[in-house]
Design a protein around this ligand. Structure first.
Ligand code: B12
Ligand code: SF4
Length: 689
């Protein structure tokens, strides 16, 4: 169905879309930020959070019934076969897993939206498990793709254009019926969009973002489509040289940097003087008979931060650079979003009082836009920030805020705390901070008084040598002292650490665990990750300086997101040493209730914040729930008992594991000619044949 022209009020003709899959417990800040900025310049826009919106669609009885039917009918079909192909074996195993765990997602969503039950550890756990079971069911129903609120992936291959086409054309998207209904509904109410901006922030949004580009193009052929967001920025900077022109098959323009000024100029250009886009000669475009009247390409090419097609067929054109400055600051506008759609009992809003990082030296970091020079540290004036927070509190009723930024300078944090106290605004907040000596016990008490209840630190390592190699600008002694100051002020502290930084020896990795073990009584949450080499970081730019002597990609990783690398120190670590490290991490974690994003127990999540407020700083520093305290799983009452498989699952699993092990060994070994490892979607499909 195609909706033509601008019916209705026309107010909603500029749409800003946040696609699945990402954290559905609170709204992400980028699009409300853009809406606020545009509104201040008289440009209306509508924010659609399709990620949060899909939660109730996935929880609906009709969706559960459809998933059940898909899983059961595919299972019966494969179960009846005498022999299964390799791909069918994999699918069969996933179908079997799904048949065991059809969840009652609606019941789970109700728990997570109830303030009492969300903060009851046992109830919260079964609700979270029901969502994780939903992802098991989706992995079977949408085979070979899998999803969670922090992931959307193919079985084995990284996203490339073949994998994306397969995803889009196979109809595997679990949320497609919802997005179509939502887009058509909005167009029917307010007219077809003139402009659609999609925000690609997280890697987990990749397949849905590109599928939505196609869906929007099909439903609203005249809409001007723009892709933006940090993940899009990463892809255009570090992907294959032809990636931007391939992306321009999905969208009319790409915005890999900050989006305020580019959107202001673009939307004015699209509106023209008479409601039609302005052409290069100043006359309204469309007079030349081009469909929809696209704005003149020369005018488009002048818009900052925008990548557009060269009409002469040359490489894409990059507009001049533009960087947000504090004078551009406008409060995010969350007014389009239905706060009841989020998986939480009350709103918690993201607010960015600063942008960029004043340190900007850590070896492994490529936060935000630091590679394009846009990462200078910038602060929203304190009085402005307090006024923004007050307005957000009054508009939405939100009392909880996450200050969403890379870092906050101590001086600014203290000034903000004092201004919040002077204003009398009673909010509770959480944020990430750098470990700075300025955070004395007295200053931490000030922060607590102003409402700070949880803070996360990029501790990274407990080894002075590794910290130095990272250029982290801190020491184990500072980590200990500053953490204690926060903890003793009543603020819950979370440590983000990792092992395996290039050059790190076994004993340096041990030092991180030793510091955590020594300080465990004052560390309220922690994570020990393993080092990931991030494109755009200093290590990526000069790998040899850090002892990284192999750095390559798989052929399918056209977006340049997953480098394969190795360094001498990593190769020197024996399997016994790695085992010893993981045993020590497990021993530490046994004293905590930790979890992954976005659930309670993960660092800096909405649910964790609510648990900390309810149960205090040590909410997660508790032994895991005993089996006898656990509630029975939330199962879909309409689900049939799991059928008995005719195929032998153990034998199939063994065959699949053997095949995948052999395949990956080959697929991840760099080809001496190209230097790339051959893994890609089409390579894998070939291997399956
Ligand atoms: C706060 C934060 C978080 C918070 C809150 C996240 C949330 N879901 O709400 C926490 C700590 C929980 C978190 C978690 C994670 N995060 Co985080 N996080 C950030 C951080 C530090 C600040 C975000 C922010 O407030 N930015 C300010 C806003 C205004 O900027 P913006 O979002 O970039 O938007 C601007 C532009 O991008 C552009 N724009 C955006 N969309 C669009 C659309 C159009 C059409 C246009 C024209 C322009 C445009 O205009 C906006 C205004 O200028 C960013 C880094 C950064 N500096 O942005 C990382 C970042 C967003 N996180 C990142 C990651 C990886 C994660 C995790 C996946 C980490 C993990 N290993 O699990 C998790 C996943 C969470 C999830 N599932 O949702 C990456 C995302 C990129 C990627 N590779 O996926 C970032 C960019 C950091 C990085 N490595 O570079 N994160
Ligand atoms: S890791 Fe944190 S402190 Fe270090 S450069 Fe990145 S944002 Fe700044």
């Amino acid at each position: 169905m195609e909706i033509k022209g601008a019916a209705g009020s026309g107010i909603a003709r500029n749409w800003l879309i946040h696609p699945s899959f990402a954290d559905p417990t609170w709204p992400y800040v980028s699009l409300p930020t853009l809406k606020g900025y545009l509104a201040a310049r008289g440009i209306p826009s509508t924010v659609l959070d399709l990620n949060a919106g899909c939660v109730d669609f996935l929880a609906a009885p009709e969706t559960a019934a459809r998933l059940r039917t898909t899983v059961l009918s595919r299972f019966s079909r494969l179960d009846a076969r005498r022999q299964l192909t390799r791909a069918e074996q994999m699918e069969y195993l996933r179908l079997l897993d799904a048949l065991e765990c059809f969840p009652d997602v609606a019941a789970a969503a109700a728990i997570l939206r109830d303030p009492e039950r969300l903060t009851d550890p046992a109830a919260c756990r079964v609700a979270r498990d029901a969502f994780e079971d939903l992802f098991v069911v989706l992995e079977a129903a949408c085979f070979p793709f899998s999803f969670s609120f922090n992931k959307a992936a193919h079985l084995i291959a990284p996203w490339d254009f073949d994998a994306l086409e397969a995803y889009i054309n196979s109809g595997a998207s679990p949320v497609a019926p919802y997005t179509r209904e939502r887009l058509l509904g909005l167009a029917q109410a307010d007219g077809a969009p003139r402009f659609v901006g999609l925000s690609l922030t997280f890697v987990s949004q990749i397949p849905e973002t590109f599928r939505l580009c196609r869906e929007v193009r099909e439903l609203f052929p005249e809409a001007f489509i723009v892709l933006g967001g940090p993940c899009l920025g990463q892809i255009t900077r570090h992907g294959n040289p032809d990636v931007s022109s391939r992306l321009l098959d999905f969208a009319d323009a790409l915005c890999p940097g900050e989006g305020e000024k580019p959107l202001e100029l673009l939307l004015n250009l699209l509106a023209g003087d008479d409601g039609r886009p302005a052409g290069d000669d100043g006359r309204p475009a469309g007079d030349d008979g081009r469909p929809g009247g696209r704005p003149g390409p020369e005018r488009l090419a002048q818009i900052p931060n925008l990548i557009t097609r060269d009409p002469a067929g040359g490489p894409p054109r990059h507009g001049p650079a533009w960087v947000w400055s504090p004078e551009d600051a406008v409060a995010p506008d969350y007014s389009d979003l239905d706060m009841g759609a989020y998986l939480a009992p009350s709103p918690m809003l993201l607010y960015s009082p600063t942008r960029g990082c004043y340190w900007n030296r850590c070896s492994f970091c490529a936060y935000g836009f630091n590679q394009d020079g846009a990462h200078t540290y910038r602060e929203v004036p304190v009085d402005r920030a307090v006024a923004d927070l007050r307005r957000l509190h009054e508009q939405t009723g939100a009392k909880h805020f996450y200050f969403s930024c890379d870092v906050i300078a101590p001086k600014y944090a203290f000034a903000l705390a004092e201004a919040l106290l002077a204003d009398g605004l009673e909010i509770l907040w959480s944020t990430d901070l750098r470990l700075e000596a300025a955070y004395t016990p007295e200053r931490c008490r000030l922060l607590y008084k102003s409402g700070l209840r949880a803070v996360a630190f990029g501790v990274e390592s407990g080894s002075p040598k590794t910290l130095k190699c990272m250029d982290k600008g801190t020491t184990p002694e500072r980590i200990r002292t500053v953490n204690r100051a926060f903890h003793e002020a009543g603020i819950a502290t979370a440590w983000m650490t990792f092992t395996g930084h290039p050059g790190e020896t076994f004993s340096q990795a041990e030092a991180t665990l030793a510091l955590l073990e020594a300080e465990r009584d004052r560390v309220d949450q922690f994570i020990v990750g393993t080092f990931d080499l991030t494109p755009g970081s200093r290590i990526h730019a000069a790998p040899a300086d850090f002892g990284v002597d192999q750095l390559t990609y798989t052929r399918g990783d056209v977006f340049g997101l997953f480098p394969i690398w190795s360094d001498r120190a990593a190769r020197a670590r024996s399997p016994e040493q790695l085992h010893e490290l993981s045993v020590r991490v497990d021993r530490l974690a046994a004293g905590y209730r930790l979890d992954h994003y976005p659930w309670a127990g993960a660092i800096s999540t909405h649910h964790s914040f609510l648990h900390l407020l309810r149960h205090g700083q040590r909410a997660f520093a508790q032994p895991r729930l005993r089996r006898r305290d656990a509630l029975p799983p939330l199962r879909d009452p309409a689900a049939p008992p799991p059928p008995r498989p005719r195929q032998d699952p153990d034998r199939l699993a063994e065959q699949v594991d053997r095949f995948l092990g052999r395949y990956l060994e080959r697929a991840l070994t760099p080809d001496p000619q190209t230097g790339l490892a051959p893994l890609s979607f089409s390579h894998f499909m070939q291997a399956l044949k």
